[in-house]
Design a protein around this ligand. Structure first.
Ligand code: ZN
Length: 142
């Protein structure tokens, strides 16, 4: 379960629309709570590091960007609880590439951007056996 505010949803959708037709990505900063629940306290938008040609269908966060996000989080007493990225003209479902590059425990939000407009926003968590993603519930925070 991931708790997200309406404002955070809007920000992720807006980032995806802004970077269309390329993928956008960013970090979800917040807290891990009991029973696998994560609370997102703030977003940390970052740029997509991949080559121009690959930007449409894969996302990759450079290690130094991740470190910058982790330091920013730590300074505020937060942790990285997940990642978000957009799928331009593709459904809000993680790809095989996403699965290969994911870790268990974290939340993976995918927002579908169709013809420049954000549609579906869904959150996923990798199964502990790493074979697939399971959709996770998004709770509405304040
Ligand atoms: Zn993806």
């Amino acid at each position: 379960m991931l708790q997200l505010t309406s404002e955070q949803r809007i920000q992720i959708a807006a980032h995806g629309e802004r970077d269309y037709p390329y993928e956008c990505c960013g970090l979800l900063l917040g807290h891990f709570e009991n029973e696998g629940k994560k609370v997102c306290a703030e977003l940390f938008p970052i740029s997509n590091a991949r080559e121009e040609a690959a930007k449409r269908n894969r996302f990759l966060i450079r290690p130094e960007e991740l470190l910058r996000g982790e330091r920013h989080a730590a300074a505020k007493g937060l942790e990285v609880v997940g990642f978000y990225h957009s799928h331009p003209d593709h459904p809000a479902v993680p790809s095989a590439y996403d699965l290969e590059h994911a870790w268990p425990v974290y939340s993976y939000i995918v927002v579908a951007i169709k013809s420049g407009h954000a549609e579906d926003l869904r959150s996923w968590e990798m199964q502990t056996d790493r074979t697939r993603f399971a959709e996770e519930e998004i709770l509405k925070g304040n």
